[in-house]
Design a protein around this ligand. Structure first.
Ligand code: GTP
Ligand code: MG
Length: 199
């Protein structure tokens, strides 16, 4: 899969106002600050396409980026940002959940987790919710550049082992670093593969 063009189309709080046309969508979700927007920039090779910040809570809307005039990468707000008000968190939860459950164009969700940390309750519960609702997803470990190769391997293995306590099968798993452009080909190939199965 080669990226020939990548353009920002629109930001929305309502999935119903997202672009028409039925083009397939690949969306990125995960805790605030995990690196969703950075990953979109890394995959598209366009610095500054999606807005990033060192402070959590940057992305607050559903952002559509049209790729090769054919399909969308979708940047979603993060969940679990404790310093937002209860109402603010509820509102974001609604935006995210409605998009994920109702958006027919969504073909795959990439769930990002920071590879430095042990499995977090909030992510495990989110995956269970995806499973209950039969939402196809894959797991993307982020920030791989922040730890050494030995810890990286053991963290990924420990995470998979934890998931296998409650899941019969693992979803596809990717290890990435937006900083080092690691995992780009793998994710793009996977997106290409899903699209060829849609035809
Ligand atoms: P919200 O929009 O707030 O939910 O956050 P986000 O998940 O979109 O995170 P964002 O891409 O804005 O990145 C958060 C911070 O992590 C920024 O300071 C990024 O530079 C940093 N970051 C993201 N990915 C990587 C990575 O692979 N390696 C390193 N070292 N830093 C990263
Ligand atoms: Mg963001």
């Amino acid at each position: 899969m080669i990226i020939k063009s990548a353009e920002f189309i629109v930001s929305n709080s309502d999935y119903m106002k997202c672009p028409d046309g039925g083009n397939p969508e690949f969306a990125f979700i995960g805790r605030s600050n995990v690196g969703k927007s950075s990953l979109i920039n890394m995959i598209t090779n366009r610095k500054g396409l999606a807005m990033t910040s060192s402070k959590p809570g940057k992305t607050t809307l559903i952002n559509h980026f049209l790729i090769n005039n054919q399909w969308y990468l979708v940047d979603l707000p993060g969940y679990g940002y404790a310093r937002r008000s209860k109402e603010g968190r509820e509102k974001l939860r609604e935006i995210i959940e409605d998009y994920i459950l109702e958006r027919e164009q969504l073909v795959n969700l990439f769930l990002l987790v920071d590879v430095r940390h042990e499995p977090q309750q909030i992510d495990i519960e989110f995956m269970e919710w995806l499973g209950e609702n039969e939402v196809p997803f894959s797991i993307v470990f982020t920030k791989a550049d922040k730890i050494g190769p030995v810890r990286l391997k053991s963290n990924v293995e420990a995470y998979k082992a934890k998931l296998l306590e409650s899941w019969e099968e693992l979803p596809p798993v990717f290890v990435t670093s937006s900083e080092k452009k690691q995992g780009r080909e793998e994710i793009l190939n996977y997106i290409g593969q899903i699209q060829s199965e849609l035809l």
